[in-house]
Unconditional design. Structure first.
Length: 198
């Protein structure tokens, strides 16, 4: 794995103890968005290092201000930071874009799952990628506005279909995330599930 061009290895095991043991064996930096997501966990990681890169997420950390503070602490103690994506819609994505724009110690490229979305609940639809990046919104506030009609449409869809099962793939009914996984997605099949939005 060390031959791959990865900036870091994200959450390969659960818990600080597991990450610490793995960190002793690997040369690639370890990153997390699951086990260091508050200041107590960050202090524990500073005191007894297990993770090299803290993946900041405005939802997990409690907003832009908390993420900026965490980034300052990481800078003080020589930890890397990156902006994490949790599959957010445009409103949270706007917070993440603003966060990334103000972090002077952001040296890793931010990740995003935004391109996987079919639509968004902000006025104008999905924010566009240009040359592999999404521009920081420049309008007042976060720079995006909620499209209440789309919100109503998707609220009704939620009521009819139920919640999103995070560990399920609607394109592969009956598939479950078992380890080891022997039923991988077919990369040649770009089908998108019909959500009945016509």
């Amino acid at each position: 794995m060390s031959d791959l061009r990865n900036d870091y290895f994200e959450d390969p095991t659960w818990g600080l103890a597991g990450m610490r043991r793995l960190r002793e064996k690997l040369s690639i930096p370890l990153a997390t968005n699951t086990i260091v997501i508050d200041f107590e966990q960050l202090a524990t990681n500073v005191r007894d290092p297990a993770v090299d890169v803290i993946l900041l997420d405005t939802t997990f950390w409690g907003g832009i201000r908390a993420c900026v503070r965490a980034a300052q602490i990481c800078d003080t103690f020589g930890l890397g930071i990156a902006v994490h994506s949790s599959g957010e819609l445009g409103i949270q994505l706007a917070t993440m874009l603003h966060l990334g724009a103000v972090l002077p110690n952001l040296v890793f490229t931010a990740d995003a799952h935004y391109h996987h979305l079919a639509d968004d609940i902000i006025i104008g639809g999905k924010m566009p990628y240009e040359n592999g990046a999404i521009a920081v919104p420049e309008a007042p506030g976060l720079g995006v506005e909620l499209d209440r009609d789309k919100l109503a449409t998707y609220a009704e869809l939620y009521r009819s279909l139920g919640g999103y099962a995070y560990d399920r793939d609607p394109g592969r009914p009956g598939w479950y995330p078992l380890l080891p996984n022997t039923n991988f997605a077919d990369h040649l099949n770009d089908a998108v599930p019909d959500l009945g939005l016509g």
